[in-house]
Design a binder for this molecule. Structure first.
Ligand SMILES: [Zn+2]
Length: 548
């Protein structure tokens, strides 16, 4: 029996107080239902099976690729088989060309044969056939947060290298002086109690500055620059990010014009033979693709650099075959529902991005989140839970290219800031999962003080025994709940244990099934299913941030 009813039974004389409690008691947590969810999601879990299909069978899932479509088709069929309603894909775009990796190899030919650990960046131009070429060390480093300096430096770079790169493989980074030392190599971690306590503590506020775009002056010192950037209004940050991207695309065009054979890049996340890879440059059909760009693991990159340093002749062979679409395509988000009862036009949405990068199988980023959210829907439909509100799952595309799928969806359904649609009033809350396979330890309130009582009752209350203890007022970024937050809707991302997400799997060749922790995904499906049923039956929708 729920605790509050017990209290009422023991204190029948306190009539007035009892009346207040009865009204309040609608917000009680149905612990019988929590128990059933734990049983279904715990003892009959299918989450690793969803994960297996999404990663090993259908991964990776680059947005707008045939691989993405195949995986999406599978996910929709599976959700239909559970009896979910309104299973469909919603198209948005145009996104850009499709790019699908067919084959590649990067080899050292001289002075000795060696197969190099490398991955091509997505939307690189295919080489057509295997190309043997010499490397040239022509490093360039953009100055973070300082576009003016970056552009000036690149003008100098162009003058220095014009006419010297034809048919060459450009080594684009200065090699890093030291590879990671053995003592630093602890790649797997869970939050300690002290770390969680510090997350729960609200940091000192940074005042936002009111500024016009033309007055933005980013400080030279990198830390000052970071603080300054955080204080800028979001629309100004967006303009700066767009300019940054355009400047990068302009730099890419230089290498196309110069006829470079390829660009090799090392990057500071790389270690122990693993490689991290995102996009080479533009994916727009109207633009020329970037010359083939490869990320090379630091050990192999540094060997080439050291051979050149000692004036040894070096020959490399590259081969890249990718199926590249001729036209810009729309991308698709995947949607399914469990219809509600008394308040069926109000929506509790859950989601995760379904797209991935192409180096691994996108297992922790973000087949994990997608598999958990699908499992939540399976568990709730299997238990035939009757909920007041409709529960909707949305699996996003284009997240990796800038939250594009969720932004498009939010704009279409909920409008833009200051111009909400009718649907805007009907979205109770959005819950997101996208920080790897790590166990849920709490939630980020995204600055929404008014949401705290709900999460204390619905999240840390019933699931403290699973390690879910922490409610943080902080914002967390980088994923699709932001698209909701941007238009004044309550969107949340859970706090998750880091595991080896940032050091090993995030966007790397090692983003594979092996790095997913089964117990953590099961815990996440229990916790999210529990939170969702409570939001779907709450007397009021999630409070929204006070709008000024
Ligand atoms: Zn992700």
């Amino acid at each position: 029996m729920p605790a509050r009813r017990l209290f009422l039974a023991l204190a029948p004389a306190l009539t007035l107080a009892a009346f207040a409690l009865v009204v309040f008691a609608q917000e009680r947590t149905d612990y019988n239902l929590i128990h059933l969810i734990r049983e279904e999601a715990g003892e009959h879990s299918q989450v690793m099976d969803h994960l297996w299909f999404l990663s090993e069978r259908y991964g990776p899932r680059l947005t707008a690729s045939p691989e993405f479509d195949e995986a999406a088709g599978w996910a929709m069929e599976r959700m239909k088989s559970w009896g979910l309603a309104n299973v469909h894909a919603e198209s948005w775009g145009p996104f850009g060309r499709s790019w699908s990796l067919q084959h590649y190899a990067v080899e050292l030919i001289e002075p000795r044969y060696s197969l190099l650990d490398a991955v091509p960046l997505a939307w690189s131009a295919p080489t057509g056939k295997a190309v043997t070429a010499e490397p040239v060390m022509a490093p360039f480093a953009a100055t973070p947060n300082n576009q003016v300096k970056t552009e000036e430096d690149f003008e100098k770079y162009k003058r220095e290298w014009h006419g010297k790169l034809r048919g060459k493989i450009v080594l684009y980074n200065r090699p890093r002086a030291n590879a990671d030392t053995a003592e630093e190599k602890s790649y797997f971690s869970r939050y300690t109690d002290a770390e969680l306590a510090s997350l729960a503590k609200t940091p000192d506020p940074t005042p936002k500055i009111d500024i016009r775009l033309e007055d933005v002056k980013i400080p030279e010192d990198p830390q000052d620059a970071q603080r300054y950037m955080a204080s800028l209004p979001p629309d100004i940050r967006e303009v700066l990010a767009d300019r940054n991207r355009e400047a990068g695309e302009k730099r890419d065009r230089f290498f196309v014009d110069e006829g470079a054979a390829a660009i090799f890049m090392e990057d500071n996340r790389s270690h122990d033979g693993m490689v991290f890879a995102e996009a080479a440059g533009t994916r727009k059909a109207a633009d020329r693709l970037s010359v083939p760009k490869f990320r090379i693991t630091e050990e192999h990159y540094n060997r080439i650099a050291r051979l050149l340093e000692k004036n040894q002749p070096v020959k490399l062979r590259i081969d890249l075959d990718a199926a590249v679409g001729a036209r810009d395509l729309n991308a698709r988000n995947i949607v399914a529902e469990i219809p509600g009862g008394a308040k069926k036009d109000e929506i509790v949405a859950i989601g995760a991005h379904f797209d991935s990068w192409h180096g691994g199988t996108g297992a922790t980023d973000n087949a994990s989140g997608s598999a958990v959210m699908m499992e939540v829907m399976r568990v709730l439909s299997r238990l035939q839970v009757k909920m007041d509100r409709t529960v909707r799952i949305i699996l996003w595309s284009g997240e990796e290219q800038g939250l594009l799928g969720s932004k498009a969806y939010v704009k279409e359904h909920f409008g833009v800031p200051g111009k909400p649609t009718a649907e805007h009033a009907k979205l109770a809350a959005y819950f997101n999962l996208d920080n790897g396979s790590g166990r849920i330890r709490g939630v980020y309130l995204q600055g929404n003080d008014a949401a705290r009582p709900f999460f204390e009752r619905a999240l840390t209350g019933p699931f403290r025994d699973l390690g879910v203890t922490t409610i943080s007022l902080r914002n967390t970024g980088g994923t699709d709940h932001l698209s909701f937050d941007d238009v004044g809707l309550p969107g949340f991302q859970f706090i998750q244990d880091p595991l080896d997400y940032s050091a090993v799997t995030h966007h790397s060749t090692m983003d594979t099934y092996d790095h997913v922790v089964q117990a953590d995904l099961i815990e996440a499906s229990i916790v999210i299913a529990g939170v969702v049923v409570q939001e779907a039956d709450a007397p009021e929708m999630m409070p929204r941030k006070h709008q000024q």
